[in-house]
Ligand binder design. Structure first.
Ligand SMILES: [Zn+2]
Length: 97
């Protein structure tokens, strides 16, 4: 009866040992994956923030269609007037080249 009891305990112990070895490898893998995911996430968030900042900076920026003068207009006028040549301009969205 004692032997019967000991044999399963040993097998459980060796199984646990095997499980620990596998889980260590899995732990390292999970750690690496989490680290890479974190770096990727930081990169995505940084890129998103940079684009949003860029878009916000160009939001009030206009280029005159007559003289190509770039100016900033923060009023809500439908047709802002160019300070260089005085012509009225439509609000085109500025695109980064
Ligand atoms: Zn102009």
């Amino acid at each position: 009866m004692g032997q019967r009891y000991r044999a399963p305990a040993e097998s459980v112990g060796s199984q646990r040992y095997a499980v620990i070895r596998v889980s260590l490898a899995a732990l390292v893998t999970i750690y690496l994956l989490l680290f890479l995911a974190g770096v990727f996430l930081f990169w995505i968030v940084g890129e998103w923030n940079r684009r949003r900042r860029e878009r916000r900076a160009l939001q009030h920026r206009l280029r005159c269609v007559i003289c190509a003068f770039e100016f900033e207009d923060r009023t809500d006028a439908l047709l802002p007037r160019c300070p260089h040549c005085g012509s009225l301009n439509e609000r085109f969205r500025m695109e980064n080249i």
